[in-house]
Design a protein around this ligand. Sequence first.
Ligand SMILES: Nc1ncnc2c1ncn2[C@@H]1O[C@H](COP(=O)(O)OP(=O)(O)OP(=O)(O)O)[C@@H](O)[C@H]1O
Length: 579
Amino acid sequence: MPADVEIRLTFVTTIRSVLLSFASTVGLALTYLAAGASFDRIRFGNPIDGWPLIGLLAGPVLAGLASWLLMVRWPGQLATLEMGKRDQILRAVLATTGARRSAQWTGKTVSTATDGVERFANYQVTFVGPMIAAMTSPVLVIAIIGFVIDWTSALWLLAAVPVIPLVIGGFQGAFRRVSTKYRAAARRLAGKYLDSIQGLMTLRSLSAGRRAGDQLAHEAENVRRHVMRLLAGNQLVLFVSDAAFSLGMITVAVCLAISRGAHGHITPGAAVALVLLSTLLLEPLDRIGQFFYIGMGGMAAKREIKAFVDDSPAGPVNAGRPGHHVAADPAPPAGPRDGPVIELKGVRAGYESDSDSSDGRRYTEVLRGIDLRIGQGEHVAIVGPSGGGKSTLLAVIQGIVTPTAGSVLVAGTALDEAYEGWPAQQCAVVAQTTYLFTGSLAHNLRIAAPAASDDDLRAALEAANLGELTGLPEGLETQVGERGLSLSGGQAQRVAIARAILKDAPILLLDEPTSHVDLASERSILDALARLGAGRTVISVTHRARTARAADRLLELRDGRLLPISASTYGQCGTEAAK
Ligand SMILES: Nc1ncnc2c1ncn2[C@@H]1O[C@H](COP(=O)(O)OP(=O)(O)OP(=O)(O)O)[C@@H](O)[C@H]1O
C-alpha cells in the first residue's frame, strides 16, 4: 500500500472520528443540559416540556447513532489497511535476497505479516482517530459550558484538561520499551515454532522432540511474562489516572457548581448540568485503557513493519548499490552473441545474519574476488570443500545474492543494467533438493512454463526419465506435495529437470542434483541432464569426479577464490567425495 493511501485513510478516519465524537458529545451535552433545565422547571412546578424534552429525546438518539456509525465502518477499513500492508510485506519478501532467508527471518516475516499487521491496522483504524477525537472533544464541552452555563466555570475546567494528554505522553515514553520487548519475544516464538514444524522429522529422528518442546515452552513463557508486564503497566496507569483525574475533575466541577450557584451566578439546574457535563471531560481517560494494549502494541508493530519493509531491497536486483543504473524496461532476450555468456569480475559477496543476542548484524564474506568467464555452450564444473561458497556463486549468477563488489554479466547483459527478473529468466536451476507445491503434477510443472500444453508436460516428463508418472491413474492431475503423493527424492529431482526442460533457458545451473539420490536414480538423472545440457551453457557444482571430468573445464572454489584445476589432478588428489 503506497504511503499516501495510508495517510489518506488515517486522515479520513480521524476526521470522521472527530465529527462523530463531536456529534456524540453534543448529543450527551444536550441531554445533560435538558436534564438541568428540566430540574429548574420541576422546581417551579412545570411539567417537562419544550426544548428540554426534545433535548432529552434527541440527545441520546444522536449520541447512539454517532457511536454506531463509528463501529460499523471499522471492519471494512481494517480489512483494506491489512490487505495493503500484507501486500507491501509480500513485495518486500519477494525482493529479499537469499542472504536474509533463514528460519529466524521466516518466523519474523510470519509474525510481522499476521499478528503485526493486525495490531497495526487495529491501532491505525480504531485508535488513532478516536484518540485524537477524545483529546479534542473536551474543548467542545468547555465551549458548551461557557456559552450555555457560565464562562468562569468553563475557564476553571479548561485549566485541568491539558494535564491528561501530558500524562499520557509521559506514560508512553516510560512503557515504550515494554511493548517493543513484547513484540520481539512474540517474533522469536513465531520463528522457533516455525523452525520446529519445518524440522519436525529431523527432531523426531534425533529423539529431540521433548527438548524442542521445552524450548518452545520457554519462549512462550517469555512472551507471557512480557504480556503480563504490559498489562500490569496498563492496570497501574488506569488506576492512577482514574483515581486522580475522575475524582479530581468531578470534585472541581461540584465545587464550582456549589460556589457559582450559591452566589446566584447560575441556576440550580445549570449547576446540575455543569456537574453532568464535566463527566464528558473524562472521555480521554476512557481511552487510556486502550492506550497500552492497542496503542503501544500498534506503535511497536508499525515500527516493526516499517523496519522490515525498509530493510528489504525492494525493486530491481541491484537497487541500493551506489552508482548503479537499473533499467526500467526488460533488456533484449539473449540470442547467440559474441563474448562470454557469463562473466564475473572481482566479485565479492557474503551474508548478513541477525545476531540473536544483540541488535547488530554479523557479516560473513564467502566470495572474495571471483573472476570467471564462460562462453556460449561451454560446460564448466565447480568443485571445492563443503561450505566453500559454490551455491553462493550460483546464487550470485541468479541475482539472488547481490555482490558487495565487482560486476556480474549474465546472458550477455550486466546485472547492474538488467531488470529484476532478467537473471532468473536466463537460468534454469536443478538444485540439491526440489520443493513440490501442494497441488497437481501439472500445477507443479506449469510453475516453470504457465502456457505449456498437456502434451508439452508429458514430453518434458518423458525427457526427464519420469514417464512413469504419466501412467498413474490420474496422470498429470495426480496430487503431489504435502497433501498428495509423496514422490521419492530421485523423482522430485526429475520433476525439477522437467521444469528446466519446460523453462528452456539458455543457461543451466546444476547444484549437486544427485547428492541425495541412490545410484539407479543418479544414472537416470545424469542421463536426463546430459540431454537437457546439450547446446546450453552449463555450470555444474559437484562433488562427483565423474561429473567433474565430463565437463569442458574444471574449477575449484577454495578460500573464496576460483582456480582452474585439471581433471586428472582432481581425481588423484581425492577431494573428499571425488570418487
Ligand atoms: N542464507 C544464508 N545466510 C547466512 N549464511 C549462509 C547462507 N547460505 C550460506 N551461508 C554460509 O555461506 C557459506 C557458503 O555456503 P554455500 O552453501 O555457498 O557453500 P557450498 O560450497 O555450496 O557448500 P556445500 O558443498 O556443502 O553445499 C557457508 O559457511 C554457509 O554457512
